[in-house]
Every structure is written in C-alpha cells, then in structure tokens.
Ligand binder design. Structure first.
Ligand code: HEM
Length: 457
C-alpha cells in the first residue's frame, strides 16, 4: 500500500480511496472492528476517501489537517457521523449541539470549570479518591474486582459533588443507566438512526427504562435545588447555572433542555475520566518500572496525606503517565465532523455535506510524529521532550472551540487518583486475561477490567 502524506498536495484533488476489492472487508470492520478500520485507513495515507453506500467518509490523519478542520476552519464544521445520530439518545446538550445553541450553552457552562473552581474541587477529588482506595482495599488478597466499574463510581461521585452538589452514587441505578444511554447512542451511530425508538429491541427497551429513571433523578435534583431559599438559581455550580438559563423557556422545553444538558455533562465527564484511569492502571500493570516511579513520586510528594491542588504540578511523572495512557488509548478515539460548505483540507477537496473524521487513536500512533509509537514511554512527555512535535499530533481533549470543557477537572482527577491508588495498592490483571479496547462513544475495555488487589510493597 502506498502512503499519501500531507506533503503530497495538489489544489483540491480528491483523496485516494482503498481499492474496490478492499471495500467488503472495510464494511465488515465498520460493524465489528472500528479501530482496525481506522488503522487500515491510516495505512493508506494521511488523507483517505472511503465511499460506503450512501456515505462518503474523508479520513484525515495529519496534524495540519486536524488543525484546519477542528480549529482554523471550525466554523465550516458541525458535529458529524455518529454524534448526529447519538443526539436521539443524548438529546441536544453541549456535546452534540451546533451553531448559536451550542455557543449559548458553552457560555452557560464554561464558568463552572474556571481555574478558581478547579482549585476548590481538588478536595472533592481527594475525598473520592480516598473512598475508592478503601473500596479497592476491601478486595485485598481476594478475587479480581472490576476496576472500571469502581472507577465509574468514583467519577460519578466527583461529578455529582462538583457540578450538582449532590451524591449521585446514592442513586443506585445511575451508572447502569448511563451505560444503557451509551449503548443506545452507539447503536444509533451504527444503525445511522434508521431504527425507530419504539421498536422493542432489548437494548432499546433498556434505554427507555434508563432514560425514564435518569429523568426522575434529574427531576429530584432540580426539585431539591429549587426548594432551597432563592429558588436554586443563585449558586455558581452547573445545576444552578442551568436552572437559571432555562427559567425563561416554556415549562416543557426548559425541563427537556435541563435534562439534556445534565445527562450530557455527566456522560461526557464520567466515562472519559474512568476510561483514562482504567487504561492507566492497565499500562502500569504491564510496566512495573513505571508503577514504581509513580509510587515513589506519590510517597515523596504526598507522604501519607491526600492530594491538594498545589501537588498537581509536583506530580510530574504521574502526569506524564496519564498523558501517555491517553496517547495510546485516547478515551475520545474519534472526532466526527460534517462539512457545511466545500473546503480544501491541505490540498484535498472536501465537498459540502461530507463526513470528515479525525481519529486521535491513529494520529497518536502516527510514525512520522512519534518514535516507536506502540511503545509505552511516559518520558516522551517529560521536561525537555517533544518540543519538535506538532501541537495537533496529540488531541486527547480535542482542539479549537469544541475543546473539552472539563479537561482541567478530568486531568486533575486522573493524576490524583493514579497517585492515591498506586501509593497504597498494586492492581494486577489475572494471568491469561486479554484486555481488548472497545471503541464505543469512548474507548472502553471490552467486558470490564478485572484486577486483583494487593497492598503496595
Ligand atoms: C480525561 C478525561 C476527559 C477526556 C479525555 C475528554 C475528552 C474530550 C474531547 C476529545 C472532547 C471534544 C469532542 C469533539 O470535539 O467532538 C470533549 C468535549 C467535551 N467534554 Fe470532555 N473529556 C474528559 C473529561 C471531561 C469532564 C470531566 C467533563 C465535565 C463534566 C467533560 C465534558 C465535556 C463536554 C461537555 C464536552 C463538549 C464541549 C463542547 O462541545 O463545547 N469532559 N471531551
């Protein structure tokens, strides 16, 4: 196969596609192995055009292309394939909306993630990390525990306290219900939104129940907040700001918008952070020398107390481990966009209405920008390293105006929890267990991540 790099340009040329005989294989992979599909596309070149039935995908795998689509000419791109269909499950929240509606939502939510608020939230993260360590410790010396499930409890706990001033873990079904929403969103992607929601497929039924229960939880949280003196709209957490911003909507529309925004924020914030941590623990299990360095750093910086905001800049090696985990396993493995008008991406013609894909998973393993890209090497993010790497070769939090609104909270959580857990415990995958990435809305571990727990040596 030939490679077509960003350097081989011609004004407005059509990107090359796979040979016709490769198409059946690609279609099969679209349904069964989407990461392999992306790897195949990257093998063909940095700009590839794949016609699949009624859809034509333009897959770009070069930092300059990513910069153009996500940042420089982002006004020409709306959210694309998959996310458009996922809207049927997620509603029209910050992640899936576009245009003026998105801008207004972003203005409402952004202040919740200001630096001063993140500093205040460090204590919540430290507390939830300590609870996680205690929960894991209960399995010490016993059989494997599903670490991803435990991490999901942790990340939901953090979001509940930071965004809503509520204990979400008290609502037993919430984690399970979000899983059903995520499954439905994925089904909507794969089926291109062609199956009506009333068709009684088991996962659609599960989704409908989950949606009803989540709506009840949201209604209860809102009722509890609006019952407070001042009507609940005068605080500065996400719930207060959303209540204030939906006040002037008609009753039904306001409730719907509040629901969509909260479900979106909670889903976008907890899955991604749990996935980052799951992959981090998996990689540290595979690389005991890195685990020992994290442990030494955690003991040196934290001693035996919980982390505080100021520790973040001293947990430097732990930070590089999390960055490297997000390079190899970016939780948001694909950034889908739809071109509104015609465009020229690095010399390649993109017609209006095209589906454009930027894939952090392949970009983060591009051999032109990463030495030994398959190797786990946190030091590539260490002081003095990576200075010659293009900025858009690494996109764990996206880029441009749609850059992750919760990146600072997510990063602080991942670093603190890694340090707090590794300081006290050693997590190990049972022999023979295969850990397989599963690209859903986020890059999950197929079937969970069973690990045994023992006290740190
Ligand atoms: C390590 C953890 C996280 C990762 C890797 C991550 C990754 C991303 C990425 C790549 C995007 C851009 C999607 C796109 O351009 O299509 C995004 C958007 C978003 N993230 Fe995160 N995220 C993380 C944590 C969080 C947290 C903690 C929250 C907050 C609750 C959050 C809320 C959101 C929201 C609401 C958006 C949509 C922003 C917009 O379109 O304006 N994320 N995230």
């Amino acid at each position: 196969m030939t490679r077509h790099g960003a350097g081989r340009r011609g004004a407005g040329r059509t990107p090359p596609g796979p040979p016709r005989r490769a198409l059946p294989g690609l279609l099969k992979k679209l349904a069964t192995d989407r990461l392999a599909l992306m790897r195949d596309a990257a093998e063909l070149g940095d700009a590839v055009r794949v016609a699949m039935g009624p859809k034509t995908l333009y897959v770009f795998n070069h930092p300059e292309h990513a910069k153009h689509v996500l940042a420089d000419n982002s006004a020409n791109y709306h959210k694309g394939i998959g996310l458009v269909e996922a809207r049927r499950a997620l509603g029209d929240g910050l992640l899936t909306s576009d245009g003026e509606r998105w801008r207004a939502q972003r203005r409402t939510i952004q202040p919740v993630f200001q630096h001063k608020r993140i500093v205040e939230q460090a204590g919540v993260v430290a507390e939830e990390a300590a609870k996680l360590v205690a929960r894991l410790r209960a399995h010490e010396g016993g059989g494997p525990v599903d670490v991803v499930r435990e991490l999901t409890g942790l990340t939901l706990g953090v979001l509940g306290h930071t965004l809503l001033d509520a204990d979400l873990t008290a609502h037993a079904s919430v984690a399970h219900d979000f899983e059903a929403v995520q499954d439905q969103a994925m089904f909507e992607m794969v089926s291109q939104g062609l199956v009506p929601m009333w068709v009684p497929l088991p996962h659609q039924l599960r989704f409908r129940h989950a949606r009803r229960r989540l709506r009840e939880v949201v209604d209860r949280l809102v009722a509890e907040r609006t019952g407070r003196p001042g009507g609940g709209a005068d605080g500065d957490d996400a719930l207060s700001r959303l209540i204030a911003s939906t006040r002037s909507d008609a009753a039904g529309a306001g409730r719907q918008r509040l629901h969509d925004e909260l479900v979106t924020l909670l889903l976008a914030g907890h899955e991604t952070t749990a996935s980052t941590l799951g992959w981090t623990f998996h990689l540290l299990d595979r690389h005991p020398e890195a685990r020992d360095r994290v442990r030494e750093e955690a003991v040196a910086v934290l001693g035996d107390r919980g982390p505080r905001f100021e520790d973040l800049q001293r947990l430097t090696y732990t930070t590089t481990v999390v960055q490297e985990a997000m390079r190899l396993y970016p939780p948001v493995w694909i950034l889908p966009r739809r071109a509104q008008g015609a465009d020229d991406v690095g010399g390649w013609a993109v017609p209006p209405g095209s589906d454009v894909l930027i894939c952090p998973y392949t970009l983060h393993r591009h051999p032109a920008f990463w030495d030994a890209p398959e190797r786990f090497d946190p030091d590539r993010f260490g002081p003095g390293s990576g200075g010659d790497r293009p900025r858009y070769a690494y996109l764990p939090f996206g880029a441009g105006p749609r850059f992750c609104v919760g990146s600072n909270l997510g990063m602080m959580e991942a670093v603190f929890v890694t340090a707090a857990v590794v300081r006290e415990l050693t997590l190990s995958t049972p022999p023979g267990h295969r850990v397989i990435p599963e690209p859903m809305l986020s890059l999950r571990v197929r079937g969970g991540l069973p690990m045994t727990v023992r006290a740190a040596a």
